[in-house]
Design a protein around this ligand. Structure first.
Ligand SMILES: Cc1ncc(COP(=O)(O)O)c(C=O)c1O
Length: 385
């Protein structure tokens, strides 16, 4: 019998004050059937919206055919998913990426990308950025600038130099010669939606090339069409050596991916990387369906169009500035984001906080409806700090 006041499910996040039962498109529904506009997107995951019929159909059909087999077997659906993801990611890239390793989460993708960099360069330091957030596993946490998460674990963490984000001048004075990899979110999300400039990313690419350091874009949030382009690499026109992805990859079926150049893939031997569940048939089928929906329904164009509308309609209200690109947006609310987030909830709108107390994050499905935008605009205009 359960006798303590400790809940059976260990608390992690402070959840919304109502359980959710169902999702459809850009809305989720609680037990009473009340609908909420989902500008949080299940934490930037639900790129194609909730229960998109094509994703549901693909998962159901795959489940009926083969729910799981590990990489001990070749699976056509996994091969197709890898090829489709590369074709999607390589749009317009000067140096196309050649191979994908599938895993299950963003942290696992970053862990593997950093491990690859250490193995291939023989170096044991990494370079990251102030405000960077890359996950909770050991190497991912090593490059994460979050003292709360690192506390008590310092002895296990790899040596990392944290540079000021987006600071091209500071970059000029840095020696990357000891660094296996530089990792960054091209748009820092948790830090409060801070956008790197194309010029900064190009300078970083140059610095990495000059010192034999691998460049990793953590695109766990910026990828899968969210910026109006397949990945931030396409958006900024800068090709890293490795892209890590997760969240929106498979519309909510857990999946992570490391995309890499031909040179890196050629240097890895079978057995260097592995994962029991990585690229399982359900996740692979969901990824294929997700890519098809994004392309067939022009969701990248939709993301850019909605973002433009939000920018025009929200600035000048309680929102002093809309930061970010595409549908990875930060609303700067000088009176504080917490009260504003609470206000939006009373208007049945879900949004996300950030590490910046004045920034509220929006990371909704890419197929956000006009009705959702209108509901947000009305709610924002109704706010009095
Ligand atoms: C930029 C970024 N990288 C990595 C992660 C870790 O992903 P996961 O929670 O899937 O391990 C997150 C999660 O929020 C993230 O935002």
């Amino acid at each position: 019998m359960h006798t303590t006041s400790i809940p059976p499910l260990l608390p992690t996040y402070a959840p919304y004050p109502f359980p959710l039962l169902r999702g459809e498109g850009d809305r989720v529904f609680d037990e009473a059937g009340t609908a909420y506009w989902d500008f949080y997107g299940g934490h930037c995951v639900c790129a194609t919206g909730h229960a998109h019929p094509r994703v549901v159909q693909a998962i159901s059909a795959q489940a009926a055919q083969l729910i799981f087999y590990s990489t001990a077997a070749q699976l056509p659906v996994r091969d197709q998913a890898a090829s489709a993801l590369l074709a999607f990611a390589n749009e317009g890239l000067a140096d196309p990426l050649a191979s994908v390793f599938f895993c299950n989460s963003g942290a696992e993708a970053n862990e593997n990308a950093l491990k690859i960099a250490a193995k291939l360069t023989g170096r044991t330091r990494f370079t990251s950025f102030r405000g960077g957030w890359h996950g909770r596993s050991t190497l991912a946490l090593s490059v994460t600038d979050d003292p709360k998460l690192r506390m008590g674990l310092e002895t296990f963490l790899a040596p990392v130099d944290f540079l000021p984000f987006g600071d091209e001048a500071a970059l000029a004075n840095v020696n990357l010669g000891q660094s296996a990899a530089v990792i960054l979110e091209p748009i820092q999300s948790m830090a409060g939606i801070r956008v790197a400039s194309g010029s900064f990313l190009r300078a970083l690419r140059k610095a990495c090339d000059a010192s034999g350091t691998l460049l990793i874009f953590d695109e766990v949030q910026t990828g899968m069409g969210r910026l109006g382009k397949p990945f931030a690499a396409n958006f900024f026109g800068v090709t890293p050596d490795l892209i890590t992805s997760a969240k929106g990859l498979a519309s909510g079926i857990p999946m992570g991916a490391v995309l890499m150049t031909e040179a890196i893939a050629a240097a890895l031997k079978p057995g260097d990387l592995g994962s029991t569940f990585g690229g399982g048939p359900l996740a692979s089928a969901a990824l294929l369906a997700t890519l098809a929906v994004i392309l067939d329904e022009n969701l990248m164009a939709r993301a850019s169009e909605v973002a433009q509308r939000l920018r025009t309609e929200l600035v000048g209200s309680v929102v002093s500035k809309v930061e970010g690109e595409g549908l990875l947006l930060g609303l700067r609310v000088p009176s504080g984001a917490a009260g504003f987030k609470q206000h939006l909830l009373t208007h049945h709108i879900l949004a996300g906080g950030s590490g910046d107390p004045d920034v509220l994050r929006l990371m909704p499905p890419l197929n956000l409806s006009d009705a959702a935008v209108e509901a947000l605009v009305i709610a924002v205009r109704a706010f009095t700090a």
